[in-house]
Ligand binder design. Sequence first.
Ligand SMILES: Cc1cc2nc3c(=O)[nH]c(=O)nc-3n(C[C@H](O)[C@H](O)[C@H](O)COP(=O)(O)OP(=O)(O)OC[C@H]3O[C@@H](n4cnc5c(N)ncnc54)[C@H](O)[C@@H]3O)c2cc1C
Length: 459
Amino acid sequence: MTRSDIAASPLTDRLPAVLGDRLITAAHEEFAPLAATTFTGDDRTPEVIARPRNAAETAEVVRLAAEGAIPFAVRGGGHAYHRRSSVAGGLVLDTRLLDGIDLDPDARIGRAGGGVLAGAYTTAAGAFGLATGFGDTGSVGVAGLTLGGGIGHLSRRDGLAIDNLLAAELVLADGRVVRASADEHDDLFWALRGGGGNFGVVTALEFRLHPTATIVGGFLAFESSPDVLAALVRAGQEAPDTLSVMVNAMLAPPAPFLPVEVHGRPIVAALVCFSGAPEDADAVLAPLRAAGTPIADLVRPQAYPELFAGPPAPSGLRASIRTGFRDELDPAWAAAALDAIGTAATPGAIVNVRVMGGAIGRVDADATAFAHRDRGLMVTVVGSQPDPNGADGREWVDATAGRLGVATGGSYVNFIGDDDPDGAAAAYPEATLQRLAEVKRRYDPENLFRSNHNIAPQG
Ligand SMILES: Cc1cc2nc3c(=O)[nH]c(=O)nc-3n(C[C@H](O)[C@H](O)[C@H](O)COP(=O)(O)OP(=O)(O)OC[C@H]3O[C@@H](n4cnc5c(N)ncnc54)[C@H](O)[C@@H]3O)c2cc1C
């Protein structure tokens, strides 16, 4: 497929009639910022970006994409490590104008358009002292994150994002607009909860909201120490479900709140969120603070949305990633992680350990397409750097993942890169993958939605 094929396709004359000035090409000033994604690599610049405002327009774009048989991708926040939310010379359906947020605080239900970002929803819900748990970054798309599972600060208390999803409206490959929930298209609803963007364009999502006003949370850092890393993770696993702990072995950024002597050197840094009764916070957080002598302690009472208030993730990063699960770790494993960080090939090198358990594990493994319910920890090795032409740290990431036993026994679809040898096959147990492939055949037999971690239609 070449650019002239696109010019000859029905897109060029029929899409403007649907979208008007919301069909963006390189001739438009806003093309470059709209085409930008968090991660870069080989050129994936699209030919056109379609920006529908509602489900009916989305359906028209999907129909034309199917008819034109052109390279086609769906994007929201643009944070995918696989980078398949853009497609070289093709059509990108940009969901970001599907940006409505409608909250019913009495019923504790939040509705988000398919292009809403996690920070916007969290801020809006926070005004009512309510929250739906997404991840840890405000600029990530709610739909993209949720379709893969969605693990974040409230997951041990309230479950993954998918565990709080009540319904989704989506445009199928044939242009039909359907609602999927426990009562409508329940096979599709099962697949949407973990199966990624394989089944259609999600135009709206409906979530459960939970009372979450002031939390006690923030960043807690220590000098490099395997004992401290292991103790933080253990404390997170032994804590009540109202405590969420994510621990990083990483190179210290040149941040003003970190002593200048550690800048650029390995440190242990935890991101903490206690969402229980404020009077219990000190006692619950004490084992974390006792893990060592903190070199930075920014953990403080704050409104939950403040955790999402940072700047958006920059675009054009070079990165590589491997992820997997384990149940526990010991100081020897932590020592290997910190040692690896000391040899990192990119400045943004991280070994990230997320404590799972709690409400995540109280959902049956086959209730949704995210099956790794019984695992204690999610471990992710990332190499990244801001220079778009720099090295992506692939060799270091692979070697570190191998050394730490990451990516053996399942992985998380939202943390799989574009060069992962196994892709979707690594993310799902065999039975889950089979069931996903059957749902895919029912709803997208021609595999229109394939620019993702693709599940081929089967069965
Ligand atoms: C800085 C950063 C922090 C992160 N933190 C977390 C975290 O804490 N927890 C976590 O679970 N994940 C996290 N992630 C991973 C994140 O959930 C995935 O990268 C997710 O796919 C991003 O969604 P997006 O809309 O931003 O990305 P995009 O690149 O726009 O979309 C990714 C894919 O999602 C699908 N998609 C997006 N929107 C739609 C839609 N409306 N309808 C159908 N398909 C759609 C498409 O297949 C697309 O290819 C993080 C990623 C980054 C870069």
